[in-house]
Design a protein around this ligand. Structure first.
Ligand code: ZN
Ligand code: ZN
Length: 396
């Protein structure tokens, strides 16, 4: 279907949803952005051809991560920037899944829960790989949080893309066994223990030294549960097996971050997957049709809107992160590793490339910002941003 189809579905169905239930500010702000992306509400910018033969006013895009026109591009740009650090070695991918019964806790603590989730996964991996019995080295990691399943339902999981090797404490590059990266049961049990411990800790109102914790660092129980019930749930989850998956290594030495990034960076939905919309129902193609018995599924339009809003991240939540050798604090170690892998030292670009430049690097045949007369790249000479603040809750 044509670009803008999600905007149309939101325009036609969001007002009824908003009138019928009390949505939180996060959902309403996401909907507001999706509905106004590339409309005058978002302000505008002026692009001109440096040769002076073309000038155009364009409405700004919303840049909200829940917007199908904007969100994925933002993550892709971030990955593109990260990929210049890439180590030329094989990479493994691990998917850390969390049990469905933790979803209500996530809904009421999105940012804090996501932070603890990332920390527990990274600390598990760092400790296991530092163990001389496994790798005995510090890897480089790029990690992405996703909250959706194939049908846009809730499915909380983390994708970790990990160098199949790392830097030993003595500064030597150690390659991992490609067939046998880490024992899955050990990884799963350790992650389960850590994540549950961090969640338990998250409910404490004071630090270990007795200082009160800032309010935004304390987990709140979902409305139909007490803290005690949450702690009981954690105890129960500590006794069952958690699902964990290590994918076969990406053997190619170059471009893995971009390749894997493209696979994992997709937001919950790219508009291209919407195959039909009749005003009531939306037909959507699966991102990985090979995993399903049918190539498409369909949702009532209101469900579609609500499902997309479920995955709008809370402001300030970092859904993609880097760790270990890829973290900016480890530049020296990264360069030690790069020199042993025959790569020049990593130099961050002094002038980070602008969005136009990155788009051209990612999509060499992108022509959306070229002058229609002389095909020179247009230059933005003026940006007028929107003057709106997030909408307040409407009075009932
Ligand atoms: Zn947008
Ligand atoms: Zn021109």
């Amino acid at each position: 279907m044509k670009p803008g189809i999600v905007q149309r579905i939101f325009d036609e169905h969001f007002p009824a949803i908003d009138a019928g239930r009390s949505l939180d500010a996060r959902s309403r702000w996401a909907a507001q952005n999706i509905r106004t992306c590339r409309t005058p509400w978002q302000g505008y910018h002026v692009d001109i051809c440096p040769n002076g033969d073309y000038r155009i006013h364009l409405n700004n895009s919303c840049r909200h991560r829940a917007c199908p026109l904007c969100g994925a591009t933002e993550t892709e740009l971030w990955l593109e920037r990260q990929s210049t650090k890439e180590l030329r070695c094989a990479h493994h991918q691990i998917v850390f899944t969390s049990p469905d019964s933790l979803r209500p806790l996530w809904r009421w603590n999105r940012k804090r829960f996501t932070n603890l989730y990332f920390q527990a996964a990274w600390h598990t991996l760092r400790e296991l790989l530092a163990d001389a019995g496994h790798l005995g080295a510090l890897p480089g990691v790029i990690a992405v949080f996703q909250s959706w399943s194939d049908e846009l339902g809730e499915h909380l999981h983390l994708h970790f893309i990990i160098t199949s090797g790392g830097l030993s404490p003595s500064g030597k590059w150690v390659s991992a066994d490609l067939e046998y990266f880490l024992p899955v049961p050990v990884l799963a049990a350790k992650f389960r223990g850590k994540f549950l411990a961090y969640l338990r800790e998250g409910f404490k109102t004071h630090t270990a030294t007795g200082k009160p914790k800032p309010e935004d660092q304390i987990l709140v129980p979902p409305p139909d549960m007490s803290v005690r019930q949450c702690l009981n749930l954690f105890n129960k989850l500590g006794r069952v097996k958690w699902h964990m998956q290590i994918e076969p290594a990406y053997a190619q030495a170059r471009g893995v971050m971009k390749y894997a990034g493209r696979y994992i960076r997709r937001g919950p939905l790219s508009e291209r997957r919407i195959l039909a919309y009749d005003g009531r129902r939306v037909t959507i193609g699966y991102a990985h049709p090979e995993k399903h018995s049918r190539p498409t599924f369909n949702l009532a339009a209101q469900d579609f809107v609500l499902r997309l809003l479920t995955h709008a991240p809370e402001k300030g939540t970092h859904c993609a992160r880097v760790y270990g050798l890829y973290h900016s604090a480890c530049r020296e170690k990264l360069n030690q590793a790069r020199s042993q892998l025959g790569q020049p030292p990593y130099e961050p670009e002094a002038e980070p490339p602008d969005t136009h430049e990155l788009l051209h690097r990612m999509f060499p045949d992108f022509t959306g910002d070229l002058c229609p007369h002389c095909h020179t790249r247009l230059v933005t000479v003026q940006v007028v941003r929107r003057a709106h603040s997030p909408p307040r809750r409407k009075a009932a």
